[in-house]
Ligand binder design. Structure first.
Ligand SMILES: *Cc1c(COP(=O)(O)O)cnc(C)c1O
Length: 434
């Protein structure tokens, strides 16, 4: 496969942008090789600087549920552009989008729009701390909520301890207020509540950032009970799962209702847009009604909001897409699994609506520790071989894949066939090595 232009582009980018990328995962570090530099997308396909055409299972890391260049979203954006790019003043569009989201998510009575998922979770936590009047928060090992200081925290030795910074530059003084619990393990949450003054628990109820690891229904139920007992605010981070797992995100699969939720990705239809929301009682202490400060020059940007309205309205008019996307995701995952097993590789797969994930792992993955037992070298090989066959998968084992509506059975079969070829070659390579 020809990647000459991308190799050039990458070298040039590295001169002026750290690592050549504006978000680290794009650099392909965990799978090796050169990331294709993208020139355009269309439907479920991506085209790179060398003219290679890929089937895209990344979809901008989630936002593009209708694929690239969706006509309805693009039309709404084009119309909005005619009226100006930004006002820094309220528009009717923002109310429209807020109403659309609120109508689908139980427990969410008011929302505020921001520009990124990072901003949404950071602001939600500030608000939750102010509301509960307690500083400590609980997060889960393997869950990602953006890169703000309080949330860029890893588990200490063993879980249920105060965390330590997972990046230089995050002061210990910040991370010491973040307790880290184990996903799907309610006892570890109990221990956290016992050692801290916990005002808030934030969780990806369908975790997508350690690979795809859905929570057990009972675990979320017990989490709700603990939060009520200790008067802590329960935040569901649905930046990825919202409008992806189902039209109601996590609420399509589970009964548990959070106090607050964060959204991003799909609600922006591909533009920088995110939101945090919750019960009025909590949201009303936000400035200008209350004293909790949060602001943004470009928050609620009319172009981004127009893309979001088009995306969410199209979803509401076509709720049948979710079972259709889920069917394709299930076909893809069972195709990968069967072919992997045929060549002696053990694959753990899961699907939630249009989200799919697979681990090169012998046992079921319930938490980050389990996920980390996966064979990342095998994944890297698989990724390379798929890319050579023009199948564009997330470049890390610990990411989620996405199906979009322009995909159909034949696209999925093409990807399964490529997977079969990849496993066959990997098996052959292994035989040679031993
Ligand atoms: C992507 C993501 C974020 C961060 O959103 P950005 O827009 O990248 O800042 C936060 N939480 C979850 C669950 C995500 O998947």
């Amino acid at each position: 496969m020809d990647l000459l232009h991308s190799i050039n582009d990458f070298n040039e980018a590295k001169q002026v942008i750290p690592g050549g990328v504006n978000s680290p995962v794009r650099a392909f570090k965990s799978v090796g090789g050169t990331p294709p530099f993208i020139s355009k997308g269309k439907g479920c396909h991506l085209f790179d600087a060398d003219g290679n055409c890929y089937i895209d299972f990344v979809q901008s890391w989630g936002p593009l549920i209708f694929g690239h260049c969706d006509a309805d979203i693009q039309k709404n954006v084009s119309l909005a552009i005619q009226n100006g790019l930004s006002f820094g003043a309220p528009t009717e569009l923002e109310t429209t989008l807020a109403k659309e989201i609120i109508s689908l998510y139980e427990g969410i009575e008011k929302i505020r729009l921001v520009n990124s998922g990072t901003e949404a979770t950071m602001s939600a936590i500030r608000l939750a701390r102010a509301y509960s009047q307690k500083d400590d928060i609980i997060k889960f090992e393997g869950c990602y909520h953006g890169h703000s200081d309080s949330l860029l925290v890893s588990a200490g030795s063993g879980c249920a301890t105060f965390g330590f910074p997972s990046s230089p530059g995050v002061p210990k003084d910040f991370s010491k207020h973040t307790l880290v619990a184990r996903y799907n393990d309610i006892d570890s949450v109990k221990s956290c509540f016992e050692v801290g003054e916990v005002g808030c628990v934030i969780i990806e109820p369908i975790a997508g950032n350690m690979g795809l690891v859905p929570a057990d229904a009972n675990f979320l139920k017990e989490l709700r009970i603990l939060c009520d007992k200790y008067k802590a605010v329960l935040i569901f981070d649905e930046v990825m799962s919202g409008f992806r797992a189902s039209i109601k995100g996590t609420q399509g699969y589970y009964d548990t209702i959070p106090d607050m939720a964060t959204f991003g990705k799909v609600i922006g239809g591909g533009m920088p847009l995110a939101a945090f929301g919750g019960k009025s009682e909590i949201m009303n202490i936000l400035s200008p009604l209350g004293s909790v400060y949060q602001a943004g020059t470009l928050s609620g940007n009319p172009i981004a909001v127009s893309a979001g309205i088009a995306s969410v309205c199209k979803i509401k008019q076509n709720p049948q897409i979710y079972p259709q996307l889920e069917k394709l995701a299930n076909t893809l995952m069972s195709g990968f699994k069967n072919n992997a097993e045929k060549y002696g590789f053990s694959l753990q797969t899961s699907v939630r609506g249009s989200m799919f994930g697979f681990f090169f792992n012998n046992s079921t993955v319930k938490n980050f520790q389990d996920a980390q037992k996966s064979d990342t070298a095998l994944f890297a090989k698989f990724h390379q071989k798929m890319l050579e066959q023009k199948i564009y998968l997330a470049c890390s084992q610990f990411e989620t894949g996405f199906i979009c509506t322009p995909m159909n059975e034949s696209i999925i079969q093409t990807a399964i066939k490529a997977a079969e070829n990849s496993f066959a070659q990997m098996a052959k390579d292994n035989v040679k090595r031993t």
